[in-house]
Design a protein around this ligand. Structure first.
Ligand code: FEO
Length: 401
């Protein structure tokens, strides 16, 4: 078991407790660099019956069980709600099931995925209740309503609303990757930057299902007083702010902002990058110059969230792109940033190849490609530097459209 905070269940409302785990030392979340760690949130809802909403990563099962024991013997949990089957939320299920015969409430897709993960270790004797949007689980004085949230973040994802206390247990949506001993937004300052980085790297490809989901909340008359995600802290003070931000991000709304993303071997691509960035800056827009080995992928994607246009540059290495550029382009392709225009640039010595590869990958990422890219042999000079400045001005103009 990894070390973590011990004890300390937190009551969010009468009979509703945070019983999750704090991963102070987590520095990588499947490719997302987490310098501040993260949390895996589980919530215990106690009425006449008791439900546990989500579990935690397997390594943290003991920490969660310890917090549950402060409230109730785990054997007395009647129901487990699995909002999402990814292992950061369902990993501790096997250990938890050694302590309780609780029935598991899960979507049909979640049930299928659960089989994939737990069949080898044995889940045939677990009791499953398949739920759909609108289904309710009554705990006596408390009522849970299930809302499928397909692709937020996997096909199985759902969220759970506690009617009497007006708390939305939103699983991955509205999360932040931070480790903190605090449990509420008003205790930790402005959370929007952390939420933006999380959104850009986890939910960016799913703007359309997200808007559909937000519409469904309205349709069901759900206006939560707290949003309790499965990573980070609970939204209570800044509910309107985060809901508005999610609507903005899901719509792919951008502003006058240009990114110049690059790596460089012997400085030529860097000269080009700085020339592009400076020209865009002089054209009056916000610019970020982002070296790929000095910025994390997730920081760059956070910057991309509200940028209208970007350029990406690479030196040519063995007739192709530089490894850090390839890494970033692979990441970008998965996240498919909406409503972006982009151009390629780079340098070479003899065969070339970097710019062509970048352009192909940009097309595969769903961004609108501005052609042709700029290729420079050895050191950029004269008209080549002017081409870079032209590109900077063009990116700035596009971002003002
Ligand atoms: Fe936090 Fe999709 O798991």
């Amino acid at each position: 078991m990894e070390s973590g905070e011990r004890g300390g269940a937190v009551e969010l409302a009468r009979g509703v407790y945070w019983v999750g785990a704090i991963d102070w030392n987590g520095r990588d979340f499947h490719g997302f660099t987490t310098p501040e760690g993260t949390t895996y949130n589980a919530y215990l809802v106690v009425g006449e019956k008791t439900a546990l909403i989500d579990t935690v990563k397997a390594d943290f099962a003991g920490e969660m069980l310890e917090r549950i024991r402060e409230i109730i013997d785990p054997a007395k949990i009647d129901y487990i709600v699995v909002n999402h089957m990814e292992m950061d939320h369902a990993g501790a299920l096997a250990e938890l099931k050694e302590h309780t015969d609780a029935s598991i409430f899960i979507t049909r897709r979640g049930r299928d995925i659960l089989d994939g993960y737990f069949k080898p270790s044995g889940c045939d004797d677990w009791d499953f209740q398949i739920v759909r949007t609108g289904d309710q689980l009554i705990l006596g004085s408390k009522t849970l309503v299930f809302l499928e949230a397909t692709m937020l973040h996997w096909p199985d994802s759902m969220e759970t609303f506690l009617i009497e206390n007006s708390i939305l247990f939103s699983n991955d949506a509205f999360g932040q990757h931070i480790a903190t001993s605090k449990r509420y937004d008003y205790e930790v300052g402005d959370l929007i930057p952390a939420a933006a980085e999380y959104y850009a790297n986890i939910l960016m490809p799913f703007g359309v299902p997200l808007l559909r989901y937000l519409g469904r909340l309205k349709e069901y008359g759900i206006s939560p007083k707290q949003i309790a995600p499965s990573h980070g802290v609970v939204w209570k003070r800044d509910l309107d702010k985060i809901l508005k931000a999610y609507t903005t991000w899901a719509n792919g709304k951008v502003r006058e902002k240009v990114l110049v993303i690059y790596d460089s071997m012997w400085g030529s691509t860097e000269i080009m990058a700085k020339e592009i960035a400076e020209a865009a800056r002089k054209a009056g827009v916000e610019v970020k110059l982002l070296h790929l080995r000095k910025n994390t992928r997730n920081h760059i994607m956070k910057e991309m969230l509200d940028s209208a246009a970007f350029a990406i540059g690479s030196p040519t290495l063995n007739n192709g792109i530089f490894p850090s550029v390839g890494d970033f382009l692979a990441y970008l392709k998965g996240l498919r940033p909406p409503k972006k225009k982009a151009a390629a640039f780079g340098s070479y010595g003899w065969g070339g190849g970097a710019v062509k590869t970048i352009e192909q990958e940009l097309k595969n990422s769903g961004v609108e490609l501005l052609e042709p890219g700029i290729q420079v042999r050895y050191r950029p000079e004269g008209s080549e530097l002017e081409m870079c400045r032209d590109l900077g001005r063009k990116l700035a103009e596009i971002s003002k459209e």
